[in-house]
Structure formats: structure tokens, C-alpha cells
Ligand binder design. Structure first.
Ligand code: 5AD
Ligand code: SF4
Length: 450
């Protein structure tokens, strides 16, 4: 959850964000739209005239969390009847009727393609008693990229920039194509303008975002070509992207990752399952062998590549042997990290009507096994880096360890090390790894990296 803050005397908005990087980036666009319309920003919900929750619909658990939070926030209306409560993002789009039944105190519901109209919607919601003038806009818009709106980025050495929106893949389990609509790419000229402006503000690393970011295409510019153009921006030292789809990892993109020094050797490559039967039922578009072949080509082109992935356990029809195949594949590939989830049936998706054959308890057992195995692998992989040096882009003080600094290696691993007064955020330093956990590397500075 990220909270966005500034201050003003105008009606003040408290904005809380749930879910993925795309949502965090969207909230920065929302913040820019509202600021330009004269709204101020509240640091705490208690100080706000308007509370907006930017939400995630990917799993039921994410939705339940938001409903819980909304009912807490709705209590503030008791003492401040003028307070407006709005819900943005994927949940808004997903199931408005059910949402209204569960959260009748909502004044506004706005889907991911309607943020440009938020000032108007807020005005409408404000003009009378709550339910009668309830404002809602969940129309999806094939053309909306917000290309002309420069988001209110958080400060820091890294910025997340939306390159494309939506998804055309329709994996059978996934609600994203329904809540975010069809794929559309931001024109390269707008992205270059944005990234140049970020560089001018001292940003050193950009992460290009999209639900299937490597499906990016605008006229003749595909994703590999976009990365090469972004790499020409002076001041930007590191370029990353997330999340790519395995089927869109073209030879040109792999070659660009291998040859362009600014494009970092890290890839989050969602696998979902290690069983061909399950992959077919999910309609992921690849087999285990094809995925393995892609990993082999990536690792041979980019020898220092770090790989992470997403795994779903307990998809409808997943049997013990399918699950065993997932564990086996995790052991064979040895990802640097993995995000693992219990399958959550989502309304509107094609898998919704198939059913939910794996019990909650069994999903829990499978999830725990995947996590335990992956922790073991991550620890082994990180320990193997002890004694090696990495260029670390310094982000600032480490969360833990007084006086320590933290930053990321090219492989997007967190490195924690003792700083000196001469080193500050945005510097690059060489760190020798001295110890490791499954989640971070601890070390000492050996030299400035440049
Ligand atoms: N249930 C569980 N996990 C899901 N994901 C997407 N949809 C679902 C679902 N219905 C996971 C996938 C995806 C990640 C962002 O969320 O692993 O890659
Ligand atoms: Fe969902 Fe599949 Fe699109 Fe990823 S590629 S957002 S999992 S439908």
C-alpha cells in the first residue's frame, strides 16, 4: 500500500493504493489530474475531504482487504457527513453491483480508463446527498493511454513509467483483460519526453510498465526498438521492464537485453505452472518445453541474468502430479525469486465456469511447499554470490541496520552495506557480497562503480 502526499488549502484528497506497480503508477496519474484541477492532498484519511482507494481485483483476498478498509473509512462519515468516499481501479471495473451491495456508502466508482474525468465525477458526487447522485464511470476506453498527463512521481532514484495498458491474452484464470481492457501503447515520443524529464530530475533508473509490457507496439516501434530509444536518454543509467509475457520474448528483445548495457539483466517471467495440462487449461500459450527453451536462450544470451516468476497453485483441475511437475520445474530452473498464489476464482473469467476443484486447505499446503522450496533455492543462489562484486545503485538508508545504505544490483537484488558520508542516493558503488539471505545481500563497498 502506498500513500501519496502533498498539501494545499483546497478540498483535500487522501489516496491509498493497492495492488501492482501499474496501480501505483495510475495513482500518480490520478494525483496529477486532481492537482491540476485544484485539489490538495491529505496525508491522513482523518484530514481528507475526499478519500479514494485505488484497488486491485486480481484475487478475492485483494478485494476483501479493500472492502474491510472501506468499511473502516466509512465510519469517518459519521462525524463528517460531507466526506466523500470513492473507489478507483480494477475492483471498480470488476463488479460494480456486488460492490455497491457490500459498500453502500460509496459516493464514487471510477474504472482505470476514467481518471481524466475524476474532477467532473467528484463534482457530481458532491452536489447532493450521497446515493441519489452517486457518480460512476466504468467505461473502458480503447484509446486512453494518459500519454499527455505527466504523473506526480514519487521522489527517488527509480521511476515507474507506464508504457502500455491493458491485456489481450485472456489467460483463463485472469480478470485483467476484463478490468483493464484491450492493449494500447503510449507513443514513443511521449515516453521519451517523460523519461528525459525524469532524468533531468535526477532519476537514474526507469522501469517500463505494462500488463504484457513486451507486447508494446506503436506503429513501427516494437518493445525492443523502444528500449533502444530509451537507452539514448542521457542520465538514465538503468532500464528495466515488467511484466513481460513469455510468448512476446522475441529474439530481437533478447538481443537488445544482451547488447544494450543500460537494460538490466533481470527478468520477471511469469510461469504459472510446471504442468503442460494446467498450462493448456490456463491458455498460457506455451508448454513447459517452450518455456525451458526460452530460459535457456535468455541465460545463454545474458549469462548474469536473474529470473523471477509467478506461480499459481491449485488451479481448477490441478492434480497432485501436476503440482509435482511445478515443484520439479522450480528445481530445474532455479529462479532467483517467485511470487506464489493460491488460485482464486474470478467472476467474468473463462475459468470461472470450470469450477474450483482444489480445496482451500490443499491450496494452502501446495502454496507452503512452493514457498519453502523457493526460499531454499533463493538462499542457495544468493549465497553463491558471496565474494562477488556488484554495481549497486544507491537508493538511501537501509530499512534495517542503523547507518547502512541500501540499493539494487543490476539483477534487482537488494544490497545492504555500510555507507560513508560521501555516498548518497543516486550514486553507483561496487559492493562485495559478504553474506546473504534469500531476500538480500549484505556487503561492503569496494569502490565507486564509475
Ligand atoms: N488467482 C490467483 N492468482 C492469479 N494471478 C492472476 N490471476 C489470478 C487468480 N485468479 C496471478 C498470476 C499473475 C499474477 C500477477 O497474479 O500469477 O502472473
Ligand atoms: Fe492476466 Fe494472462 Fe494478461 Fe497476464 S497475460 S494480465 S495473466 S490475462
Amino acid at each position: 500500500m502506498i500513500e501519496t502526499t502533498t498539501s494545499s488549502e483546497a478540498a483535500r484528497v487522501y489516496l491509498e493504493t493497492y495492488g501492482c506497480q501499474m496501480n501505483i503508477a495510475d495513482s500518480q496519474t490520478v494525483a496529477a489530474v486532481l492537482r491540476q484541477a485544484g485539489y490538495g492532498v491529505a496525508i491522513r484519511p482523518e484530514e481528507a475531504d475526499i478519500i479514494l482507494l485505488n484497488t486491485c481485483a486480481i484475487r478475492e483476498h485483494a478485494e476483501d482487504r479493500v472492502i474491510g478498509r472501506l468499511s473502516d473509512l466509512a465510519r469517518l462519515k459519521g462525524s463528517r457527513p460531507q466526506l466523500q468516499l470513492g473507489l478507483l481501479g480494477c475492483m471498480a471495473q470488476h463488479n460494480r453491483a456486488a460492490l455497491m451491495a457490500r459498500a453502500p456508502w460509496l459516493d464514487l466508482v471510477a474504472g482505470p480508463d476514467t481518471y481524466r474525468r475524476l474532477p467532473e465525477l467528484l463534482g457530481r458526487a458532491q452536489s447532493g446527498p450521497a446515493q441519489s447522485d452517486f457518480a460512476v464511470d466504468v467505461r473502458l476506453d480503447r484509446g486512453e493511454t494518459y500519454a499527455d498527463i505527466s504523473p506526480d512521481y514519487e521522489s527517488g532514484v527509480r521511476a515507474y513509467v507506464t508504457a502500455m495498458r491493458g491485456c489481450d491474452r485472456f489467460c483463463t484464470f485472469c480478470v485483467v483483460p476484463y478490468v483493464r481492457g484491450r492493449e494500447r501503447s503510449v507513443p514513443p515520443a511521449d515516453l521519451l519526453r517523460e523519461v528525459r524529464a525524469l532524468a533531468a530530475r535526477g532519476v537514474k533508473e526507469v522501469v517500463m510498465l505494462g500488463q504484457t509490457v513486451n507486447a508494446y507496439r506503436h506503429d513501427a516501434t516494437d518493445f525492443a526498438a523502444l528500449l533502444r530509444r530509451l537507452a539514448e536518454v542521457d542520465g538514465i543509467e538503468r532500464i528495466r521492464f515488467t511484466s513481460p509475457h513469455p510468448c512476446d520474448m522475441t529474439p530481437a528483445l533478447i538481443a537488445t537485453m544482451a547488447s544494450e548495457p543500460k537494460v538490466q539483466p533481470y527478468l520477471h517471467l511469469p510461469l504459472q505452472s510446471g504442468s503442460d495440462r494446467v498450462l493448456a487449461a490456463m491458455e498460457r500459450g506455451y508448454t513447459v518445453d517452450q518455456y525451458l527453451d526460452l530460459v535457456a536462450r535468455l541465460r545463454s544470451a545474458i549469462p548474469d541474468l536473474a529470473l523471477s516468476t509467478d506461480i499459481i497453485v491449485g488451479f481448477h483441475g490441478e492434480e497432485e502430479r501436476d503440482f509435482a511437475a511445478t515443484l520439479e520445474l522450480l528445481r530445474a530452473i532455479r529462479f532467483d525469486s517467485a511470487f506464489s498464489f493460491k488460485y482464486s476464482v474470478r467472476e467474468h473469467t473463462r475459468a470461472h465456469r470450470l469450477g474450483d476443484s482444489v480445496s482451500e486447505a490443499e491450496k494452502g499446503r501446495r502454496l507452503a511447499e512452493v514457498i519453502a522450496l523457493q526460499e531454499e533455492i533463493a538462499l542457495e543462489r544468493n549465497r553463491a554470490l558471496i565474494g562477488h562484486n556488484f554495481a549497486v545503485l544507491v537508493e538511501g538508508p537501509a530499512r534495517r541496520g542503523a547507518g547502512k545504505l541500501a540499493g539494487k544490483t543490476p539483477q534487482f537484488k537488494t544490497a545492504v552495506f555500510s555507507g560513508t558520508a560521501a555516498i548518497s542516493a543516486g550514486d553507483s558503488v561496487q559492493v562485495r557480497v559478504e553474506a546473504a539471505t534469500g531476500h538480500s545481500l549484505m556487503g561492503a563497498i569496494v569502490a565507486s562503480a564509475q
